[in-house]
Design a binder for this molecule. Structure first.
Ligand code: COS
Length: 383
């Protein structure tokens, strides 16, 4: 749903210019330094990017899912690391509180997430728990008016810099399944919350992950999301439904950027006496990429509109995540191929993007998990 076309177009224009003039020229620097410069962070905060999807009542821009998808596509036209730092505040870092939190929890934390004063993280994955999220082992045992958290969370995006964590932990040790899990809000300076060393990743330099270790970490009982035990897994799943749509939109943006780079290169590069873009085998690579990225764009916007209408988009979110993350992998591969030897060189952005996009098929649920969710929902609906 687009509420006001003119206001949205202004935002998209501003963003397009910011991406082109500020972010794209900094991509290489961010990759080399493995950090986003402070001045760019400040500009992103001033533009309201940390609160895109946070309701206006809590200081955000209150974008609808369709509007957010269009914004994410614009942001996708540069290194995913730029999006990663504020994407978490809009998505998996804040949505648990927004969807299932109490009003007091929202009032206390959401406005500071919207401004970017607080950076947030989502702690679900563990060393032995990835796709089978319902089997997580981190415990949260009630002790007076606190819960005591123990366990390790792994590959936590924004872990090194986050000031606020949404943590899924088992409050009922006798229930080994999803029903024993609760979600907590944990402040970054809580004693017993320990950050591991930043991970060395294949790509997405500038976006940081690390282990988050809970060692007898005492969290006030009032910080259990929604004030209820046993519903944390469902909170996590609802958060991921939304997050998967957002990531799909980013995949579309990245694919469009890669295709623009590949087309530009193909029109400049001359072989056999003419630009390689005029060779039919290169044209096939360009055309397939165009058709697929357009399909991704249509899927994301359709699913986003349905979400705005209140439809349960669990299946559609998984369909778009599956298609768009696989699609951008194929487009990145073709973009490297079109560049030939140059595509293998770090001097060209496609080499970096080729590594960056590999993560999209893994995080917020692997492609295989999306397949499983889609098929299980289909069977459930048919029964
Ligand atoms: N929205 C609301 N509730 C949901 C839901 C959704 N999208 N998906 C599942 N649930 C509910 C189910 O209805 C069920 O509730 P009841 O017990 O009341 O029936 C409960 O949650 C458990 O669901 P289910 O039985 O389907 O859980 P499973 O353990 O079989 O696992 C998958 C479900 C595999 C889909 C889940 O573990 C998953 O998404 N794994 C991937 C995790 C992931 O994406 N990790 C990435 C890291 S986070 S960046």
């Amino acid at each position: 749903m687009i509420r006001d076309e003119e206001t949205l177009n202004q935002l998209l224009d501003t963003l397009r210019r910011f991406v082109r003039e500020r972010l794209v020229p900094s991509e290489q620097h961010v990759a080399e330094e493995d950090r986003i410069p402070d001045d760019i962070l400040q500009e992103m905060k001033a533009m309201g990017l940390f609160g895109l999807s946070i309701p206006e009542a809590y200081g955000g821009l209150g974008l609808t899912m369709e509007e957010e998808a269009l914004v994410a596509m614009e942001i996708g036209r540069t290194s995913p690391a730029f999006r990663s730092i504020f994407g978490t505040n809009n998505g998996i870092g804040s949505q648990g509180i927004l969807i299932d939190g109490t009003e007091a929890q929202k009032q206390k934390y959401i406005p500071r997430l919207a401004t970017g004063e607080l950076i947030s993280s989502f702690c679900l994955t563990e060393p032995d728990v990835g796709s089978d999220a319902g089997s997580l082992r981190t415990t949260a045992i009630r002790d007076g008016d606190h819960y005591v958290l123990n366990g390790t969370k792994r590959y936590i995006t924004n872990g090194p810099e986050a000031g606020l964590f949404t943590v899924m932990a088992r409050t009922d040790p006798d229930n080994k399944g999803a029903g024993g899990i609760s979600a907590f809000i944990v402040e970054g300076d809580t004693p017993g919350l320990i950050r591991g060393k930043p991970d060395h990743k294949m790509g997405q330099k500038g976006a940081h992950t690390c282990d988050i270790i809970f060692d007898n970490c005492r969290v006030p009982a009032e910080n259990i999301i929604g004030g209820r035990e046993g519903v944390g897994f469902k909170t996590a799943m609802k958060v991921l439904d939304r997050g998967r749509l957002h990531i799909s939109a980013v995949c579309v943006g990245v694919a469009e950027r890669l295709l623009a780079d590949a087309l530009h290169f193909a029109m400049e590069r001359v072989q056999f006496g003419k630009p390689v873009a005029e060779h039919q085998l290169i044209q096939a690579l360009l055309a397939d990429s165009k058709a697929e990225s357009y399909a991704g764009r249509c899927m994301v916007l359709d699913a986003a509109r349905q979400k705005d209408e209140g439809v349960n988009v669990s299946t559609l979110a998984s369909c778009t995540k599956l298609f768009c993350s696989e699609m951008v992998g194929r487009v990145a591969d073709r973009a490297v191929q079109i560049h030939g030897g140059a595509g293998y060189m770090a001097e060209y952005a496609v080499e970096r993007f080729y590594r960056d996009v590999r993560l999209f098929r893994i995080y917020e649920g692997t492609s295989q998990i999306q397949q499983l969710v889609i098929a299980r929902n289909m069977i459930r609906e048919a029964q």
